[in-house]
Design a protein around this ligand. Sequence first.
Ligand SMILES: Cc1cc2nc3c(=O)[nH]c(=O)nc-3n(C[C@H](O)[C@H](O)[C@H](O)COP(=O)(O)OP(=O)(O)OC[C@H]3O[C@@H](n4cnc5c(N)ncnc54)[C@H](O)[C@@H]3O)c2cc1C
Length: 472
Amino acid sequence: MDDPLRLREWFTSLVGPRGVVKDKLQILDLTTDRRKRYVGQPLLVLKPATTSEVAEIVKLAAQTRTAVVPQGGNTGLCGGATPDASGAQIVVNLTRMNQIRAIDSVNNTMTVEAGCVLADVQHAAAEADRLFPLSLAAEGSCTIGGNVSTNAGGVRVLRYGMMRDVVLGIEVVLPSGEIWHGLRGLRKDNTGYDLKHLFVGAEGTLGVITAVTLKLFPRPTTSATMLIALDTPGDALQLLSLAQSYLSGRLTAFELISATCLTLVRKYFPSIQAPFPISYPQYALIEISDTCGADEMGKTLEVLLSEAHGLDIARDVAVGTSRKHIQQLWQVREYISEAETADGKNVKHDISLPISRIADFIEVTDSEIAHTYPGTRMICFGHLGDGSLHYNVAPPQGADRDAFMAANLVRINRIVHDSVTRFGGSISAEHGLGQAKREEILRYKTSTEMNLMRAVKNALDPLGIMNPGKVL
Ligand SMILES: Cc1cc2nc3c(=O)[nH]c(=O)nc-3n(C[C@H](O)[C@H](O)[C@H](O)COP(=O)(O)OP(=O)(O)OC[C@H]3O[C@@H](n4cnc5c(N)ncnc54)[C@H](O)[C@@H]3O)c2cc1C
């Protein structure tokens, strides 16, 4: 390995002083993952400003066999953007590359640099009277490059799909330092392997994404939000099916929230009012949106609610009546993660299942966990409409959280992930593998799948310099 001092000098000369992070606190922040499970020790943290600077960095990295850790907003939840503790890896943070390069409202596309913050991309689309639909609680700080690299989901997947479904073109610096200019804005392009999809969800292991061309959609002009109280997850599935029959493409979000989640949110955010006079076991948060008029939307809503009452599954309904009320209904969902953090550590699972099997999965797995770990609390919520759940297990009240986690995390993961697999699901719905699930995935993917993934990695990154130790 080259002398670290010399390497620092060489890399610094490629980006200039503004492109190197020197502040120790900032470095610590950028080399610690969001959940504070991993703390890295980098050779350097670089912030290039252009695609050619990224290309020069990667070329030098290839020559000197220096590992590159691509990074966006560092909001990822699997340690994918955190360097190791060797002091030999460079973090390439893309947040200075934050230009909206073009918006074509006839082609319904926009081309943006990888370091653009998701919320800024949404606003830029709105200013052009279009919708960029990806929406998640970290949208104020996560970046488009990170969204593409983790194939992010969020609350509108039900209608618009995951990030993979809205990426049309990509510009990426390959592990050799060569730039692939693939920023096409085409819906149809059957000219062989669709290479852009290799980089979507690759978690920075195949190259550094520097820009993307995204799909845009008409901006809804009316919307309605409601919270429906239910008895069971099975009733939520019945309601989802009904809503899909009546609303088709108008159904934008369908979130499941258990009573435990609502209690937790109200405990740590007392300003959020109870949506109903009494508590119910489950709730479905539903959003409908369209370009139709408010009257038509109102009629659609009435039909849905009367059908739900007819089926005797809706115990109570709160329809958002004002902007503030709608915001409060959404806060019940959006604040769950923060309430969990305030409450203390728990064992987290980001899983997906065939939608039709979710109720059975919850029943069987809840009972297995309760039997093995009496007193634990299930914090179960998620994007029911697209089959993904946050299925978290909190230690019993009064237990020493750290001791409980240290003694039981692996076993609880095993119970939940084995159950997910029995029900035909996936152990990572949205967050990826990063370093957190790198070993765990070996139990659940076939050797054929793992070998194909390794073959792709070796073909694109034979020197193994691109985000080593993540995913594979
Ligand atoms: C409060 C909160 C809520 C969240 N909700 C959701 C949710 O609903 N749905 C969801 O899917 N995720 C969610 N996440 C996870 C996270 O926000 C997403 O994974 C997001 O897409 C990460 O973007 P980022 O820019 O922060 O990426 P980072 O954390 O910086 O990086 C994530 C991964 O992508 C790679 N990467 C980043 N930029 C590039 C690039 N330009 N080129 C190549 N590789 C790159 C990194 O190496 C790393 O492996 C949530 C996170 C938080 C904190």
